[in-house]
Design a protein around this ligand. Structure first.
Ligand code: ZN
Length: 136
């Protein structure tokens, strides 16, 4: 006995799940399809007939796009990545903005020493003849 249709059921539930997992992880559709062993047009064709799969694929693609975003400040701010790379980048960017004199901190005012005419909130770079020996 042969199957009713000539083609084997290649895009099974397991294959679909694995395909979606790869897409979510950031693989391009062609790469994900090749990895699970189907032609790139198989998932696309399947999505046309299966609205649930189409929705899942759309979500997976969105997540995949996020997954391809390089780690850094953008990822920290918009994708809520809290890995060391993103956290460090976001902290550095925030610190840089805080030191920018044009950056107004809304509401929060530090009580600076009013007796000083023009306080310098951070040390300015000073010319140095060479490496400063570490005090014993
Ligand atoms: Zn990150």
């Amino acid at each position: 006995m042969t199957r009713g249709r000539g083609r084997p059921a290649q895009f099974t539930t397991e294959v679909r799940e694995e395909f979606l997992r790869l897409v979510r992880r950031g693989d391009r559709l062609g790469v994900a399809a090749a990895t699970v062993g189907v032609s790139v047009n198989v998932p696309t064709r399947h999505a046309r007939k299966d609205p649930a799969f189409a929705a899942a694929l759309e979500t997976a693609r969105r997540k995949g796009k996020d997954a391809r975003t390089p780690h850094g400040e953008y990822r920290y701010n918009h994708l809520e990545c809290r890995c060391p790379i993103c956290t460090t980048a976001a902290t550095a960017a925030r610190t840089a903005r805080r030191h920018d004199s044009d950056y107004a901190v809304g509401g929060q005012v530090h009580n600076l020493d009013a007796s000083r005419e023009s306080p310098t909130p951070f040390s300015l770079p000073s010319p140095s003849p060479g490496p400063t020996p570490v005090a014993a």
